[in-house]
Write a protein that binds this ligand. Structure first.
Ligand code: PMP
Length: 289
């Protein structure tokens, strides 16, 4: 976590100095990734899509058979309180639920803890897409499993081991990130963001079967549609990458990030990506999301 050491963390209803948090070595969530999290942006002191993120946290909890001891409204309030307590106006909030340390066995009943941390974003907000470094991606050899067993509607902590390794491998080979395929050999998503490509003025994105249906992804689909850009959700094969005119990633952390290359495929121009970036920027800066 990037939170500075004198920051505060909300844990199970109490705001505590980060240094006072004492989480035991036999914490179930630590051993098995039995938890779920969210990543939320704060723009100008306002939390972007807070309700959507907390509702998704509760959906993750339900799927994972973890009962959160607070209501959606209370968790939203916790996010607001910790933002104010840490005096963050442009930053990132990380709510996390995890199983405690009562019992270590797989399948054991454990307390469900809820933690909310928050910190300043390291870089200043970039006003245009041009200012952001376009990404060089490889295609990962780590393949996303079938939806029946991989719980793609959740942000379950344990699922991220595959993404973490895919990104580590990409970076170790000089790339910025990995684009991941699913077990059917179709494009799924990048390690923490959704994939879009533009072809002949239309926007294409994978049907969210083997990827998270990201909140930013849904915002981008709405913004594109409102700006008369046709959006087509379809199965996208690796071969179709050579036909794309533009490609970009979306996510809470990534916002919109242009893709310069995916393996041997290059994308030089990005007018539609830029337009959508501008629209997203305006939306995040406006008071209502
Ligand atoms: N896919 C994965 C695997 C992610 O971790 C994220 C980040 N939450 C996304 C996509 C983008 O989702 P969102 O727009 O909701 O942040």
């Amino acid at each position: 976590m990037n939170a500075k050491d004198d920051s505060y963390v909300w844990l199970d209803g109490k705001i505590l100095p980060k240094a006072a948090i004492n989480i035991g070595p036999l914490t179930h969530g630590l051993h098995y990734g039995t938890g779920a999290f969210e990543g939320i942006r704060i723009y100008n002191g306002k939390i972007f899509k807070l309700k959507e993120h907390i509702e998704r946290l509760f959906l993750s909890a339900k799927t994972l058979m973890m009962d959160i001891n607070f209501s959606i409204t209370e968790v939203m309030q916790a996010c607001e309180q910790i933002t104010i307590q840490n005096k963050v106006s442009d930053g990132y909030i990380r709510p996390l639920i995890f199983l405690g340390d009562q019992r270590i066995a797989i399948g054991a009943e454990n307390n469900v803890h809820l933690m909310v941390a928050c910190w300043n974003r390291p870089s200043p907000y970039l006003k245009t897409l041009i200012e952001k470094k376009p990404l060089r991606l490889k295609i990962s050899s780590l393949v996303k499993p079938a939806a029946e067993s991989f719980l793609y509607s959740t942000k379950a902590s344990g699922l991220y081991i595959l993404n973490h390794l895919a990104k580590k491998r990409a970076i170790s080979q000089g790339y910025d990130d990995s684009l991941m395929l699913d077990y059917r050999n179709l494009i799924a998503e990048a390690t923490t963001s959704n994939f879009f490509m533009v072809k002949d003025g239309k926007l294409y994105t994978p049907i969210p079967e083997c990827c998270l249906n990201g909140i930013t992804r849904q915002v981008i689909i709405e913004l594109a549609t409102a700006n008369n850009i046709e959006v087509i959700e379809k199965y996208i094969s690796q071969e179709e990458l050579s036909e794309a005119d533009e490609a970009f990633l979306t996510g809470t952390a990534a916002e919109i990030n242009a893709i310069l290359s995916i393996a041997e495929h290059q994308y030089d121009d990005n007018p539609i990506s830029r337009l959508l970036y501008d629209k997203l920027y305006q939306l995040t800066q406006s008071s209502d999301d």
